[in-house]
Design a protein around this ligand. Structure first.
Ligand SMILES: [Zn+2]
Length: 271
């Protein structure tokens, strides 16, 4: 067993993953040294945060401006009935600090905007996009592509969900390559209109955390240049190949100051 600088308590806490040849003591130290930024503490962010903190991610930055509502609770498992009307960041940090004191958690109770996204996301080892809206997903894509920070994006509706991971340094297909500017041809519905079964973001949020952990450990395959489409009603997991758009204004490098100049419609999501 490689002890490295892990404490006896850490060796015991993480023993079931340290014993994995893909992790080991060296991998555990990589996890403890990494900074993951998590955009959104709702249905996707809840399981992602729990599993990242449990796994011993050293620093987690959690970003959400919203407050807990009773209609969140069937799927946003970080939050409880007692947390209604408090900020999701405050609710989350209470649970996560109890789970694992090894994880240093920074909370940012702000809306992610083109004005603050680069500052908030900079220096992240990996970013998890877990918001519930198209403008934020596109903003996270463009910011991470610009900063060359790897990230994963998931979204869910009804009984289905999808996830893709982007590694800017490898010039893999980005979210904008696939979904472009046209949000009308995208989901077009919110969970409040179309409904969502609580389990589907649970599964997709776990897959997002899994992408972060695999990237940090440099193991296995990532969901890059493809989308994984999950249908829980009919129980199917299918990959769809996706390709770079050479004239993409994000990853094609056509517009260096894209984030500053693009109209994302972020202000509309607060209404
Ligand atoms: Zn692109």
């Amino acid at each position: 067993m490689v002890k490295m600088n892990l404490t006896e308590e850490q060796i015991e806490r993480y023993s079931r993953q340290i014993v994995l040849k893909e992790v080991g003591g060296i991998g555990q130290k990589k996890l403890l040294k990494s900074l993951v930024s998590l955009i959104g503490l709702g249905a996707l962010g809840s399981p992602a945060a729990y599993y990242l903190v449990a796994a011993g991610i050293g620093q987690l930055k959690i970003i959400d401006y919203d407050i807990v509502e009773i209609s969140n609770l069937h799927r946003q498992i970080l939050h409880s009935t007692n947390d209604i009307n408090i900020r999701k960041t405050e609710s989350a940090i209470k649970k996560l600090n109890i789970l694992n004191p090894d994880c240093n958690i920074e909370i940012i109770s702000e809306l992610l905007t083109p004005g603050n996204s680069k500052k908030i996301i900079a220096n992240s080892t990996f970013v998890i996009e877990g918001s519930d809206n198209f403008p934020t997903k596109m903003l996270v894509n463009d910011t991470c592509v610009n900063l060359k920070i790897p990230f994963t994006i998931a979204e869910v509706l009804r009984f289905h969900g999808q996830i893709m991971t982007v590694i800017p340094e490898e010039k893999t297909t980005c979210y904008r390559c696939v979904f472009g500017d046209n949000s009308d041809t995208h989901t077009g519905f919110s969970s409040s209109e179309a409904g969502v079964i609580g389990l589907i973001p649970g599964i997709l949020g776990c897959l997002e955390a899994n992408e972060a952990i695999k990237y940090i450990l440099n193991i296995g395959d990532l969901i890059k240049n493809k989308i994984l489409y999950v249908d829980l009603l009919n129980i199917s997991f299918n990959f769809i190949d996706v390709y770079r758009n050479e004239s993409c204004i994000a990853c094609g490098g056509k517009t260096e100051d894209l984030v500053e100049n693009y109209h994302y419609g972020i202000e509309d999501i607060c209404k």
